[in-house]
Design a binder for this molecule. Sequence first.
Ligand code: ATP
Length: 256
Amino acid sequence: MTAHPTPDAPDTTTRAPLIGLHAVRAGYDRIEVLHGIDLDVHAGEVLAVLGPNGAGKSTLLRVLAGLHLPTAGDLLMGGRVMTGTDPGVLARRGLCLIPEGRGIFPNLTVAENLWMMTNRGPSRDQVEERAYATFPRLGERRAQLAGSMSGGEQQMLAMARAVATDPGVLLLDELSMGLAPLVVGQLYESVAAVAATGVTIVVVEQFVRTVLDVADRAAALVGGRIVVSGTPAEVAPQLHSAYLTTAARPTTEVSP
Ligand code: ATP
């Protein structure tokens, strides 16, 4: 379904997608978990992909980041086929995946975690400034060990590390994992703040409807297929039945 631009949402109808998947199939050994995914992500938009446990959300993000090679179909960037491109090259072109489980260094302070991102070019002061502008709470905790912060703050730090590299596209894997609803709400306010700086965002979640509040477009991924897509207002009412009717589909074993 094509999104209809509104004064507040990016116009996704006139520009080539920034990144996308075309007829992507992917899996592990002979088990196929993505069964033909078409996905367009336009510059400046927030795309939410919702799906139940095991639907293939992390796999989809890993394919987008170039970390998982599809068995069929293509990864596209600016209309060019990038399938099989080294993930490091994609990262240098601005793709940044924040994996489930945060990927920060618990025994380092907040500032030290941020300083590690200077290997991409900016100075220590620059990465800290950039991070604290979007996540002021981290500024108050700059000397605190990352592992001693709350789960929500750690997730903020993971996002701040990514933002410090000035990414074009942020791929967020289940930000809300293990966090209380209030904290999830605050985190998604931060996501909206990051998006407002022009970063394109693809975020996957299981049941968290809060993500729909900040998304320009949404899709439901169930059993390795996109079963519903459109504006958040279009997708939200269909989520429940999409999960219930198709969640039980088995993954497909690929013939040798
Ligand atoms: P969750 O919400 O539980 O993280 P998900 O929607 O992100 O699920 P994936 O993590 O992409 O789903 O997993 C999709 C399927 O692929 C699942 O059946 C999972 O068990 C399987 N899978 C994921 N990673 C591997 C792996 N490294 N080796 C084998 N199978 C895997």
